[in-house]
Design a protein around this ligand. Sequence first.
Ligand SMILES: Cc1cc2nc3c(=O)[nH]c(=O)nc-3n(C[C@H](O)[C@H](O)[C@H](O)COP(=O)(O)OP(=O)(O)OC[C@H]3O[C@@H](n4cnc5c(N)ncnc54)[C@H](O)[C@@H]3O)c2cc1C
Length: 383
Amino acid sequence: MASFDVIVLGLGGMGSAAAAHLAAGGQRVLGLEQFQPAHGFGSSHGRSRVIRLAYFEHPSYVPLLLRAYELWEQLERDSGRSLLTITGGLMVGTPESEVVSGSLRSAREHGLAHEMLDAAEIRRRFSPFTPGPGIVALHEPRAGVLRPEEAIHAHLERACADGADLRFGERVVDWHAGPSGSVEVRTMRERHEAGRLVIAPGAWAPALFKLPSLPLEVERQVLYWFDPVGGAAAFAADRFPIYIWDLGAGVQCYGFPADEAGVKVAFFRTGGGARCTADSVERVVEPDEVIAMRHALAPCLPALASGRLTETATCMYTLTPDHHFVIGLHPDHSQVVIASPCSGHGYKFASVVGEILAELAIEGTTRQIDLFAPLRFRLRPGA
Ligand SMILES: Cc1cc2nc3c(=O)[nH]c(=O)nc-3n(C[C@H](O)[C@H](O)[C@H](O)COP(=O)(O)OP(=O)(O)OC[C@H]3O[C@@H](n4cnc5c(N)ncnc54)[C@H](O)[C@@H]3O)c2cc1C
């Protein structure tokens, strides 16, 4: 049985970044992934993810984001891959909405560049949007689009270049933390031993964390691409920003400039989407789901609402009740690090989460993340 310093379970968005940072730090790393690199069955596919700085979820994400941007830019330079396109971002809604008021709070608290636009100014600058009276937007210049599959390849290549042993098509079936401080991981093929284990399994976390009282739920999500009425020119990345639109009643939709398949849109929050498990999620998109998306877009982006549907994809959120991430040492095993930075907004952090997971695995502590401690939930010891 081969022995490693650290095993990384799951090589998706977070695990690939952790493997890269651990290997760069001189650790002997084994990475285990059940599918192929940058596959389409978890939470990190669909060609684009929003990155933004004026964070409406909480101002304390902003320092992490500043570091995430630095690391993405560095990875882009080192890998030669195109990972990030800055488009600017619009956070749209009523002035009191969570999206607008929360973004403004973060921008003010951290002195971030931003502008407030009224409905007429939004229409003037970004003609596909048709906000009604009373709708405003915070515009931030540094927001943009990340390419998750490209970024996963870049992190995996970096990990390999620094000597990591990465295995694909190898599903982990169980792990045990020994009393001596080591861990044993059993896959469908063999057993592996290491001093530390980083578990970054995305939507498979509820079973793999071995913390049944941790309140994680998996929610099915659908991504839609439309061919806009009137053509895609007005949706090009040099003139159309990423956006999140707070529609009220807990519903938020978001979208991107045009890519090769069309203009991508999705619901960010729906106030209660379909719960599922990672192995049983429904991949078929029903016609009534497309109708609901068109209905939501009609008052905001009519050229998309009436556009031809060109592609759909399904994906999964792993949600916590407060929508903040879970990252930390396993409450029962200090040699095990657990990571569920999702709740639908984690990808943009993957670069810095990789750094945090490496710090936790090597040093047992990190300065970066009080907000995400697993023990903020009432966990039953040993459960
Ligand atoms: C539709 C959608 C849109 C999103 N939009 C945004 C956005 O715009 N901006 C943003 O910042 N975030 C966004 N997010 C959230 C973000 O994508 C996730 O936070 C992020 O992808 C989670 O990465 P992960 O590594 O935890 O999961 P994944 O990338 O899914 O990786 C987990 C990996 O673990 C592997 N694994 C699981 N179990 C095993 C096992 N037993 N053995 C071996 N391997 C295993 C899986 O196969 C998978 O590859 C979105 C998420 C979704 C679903």
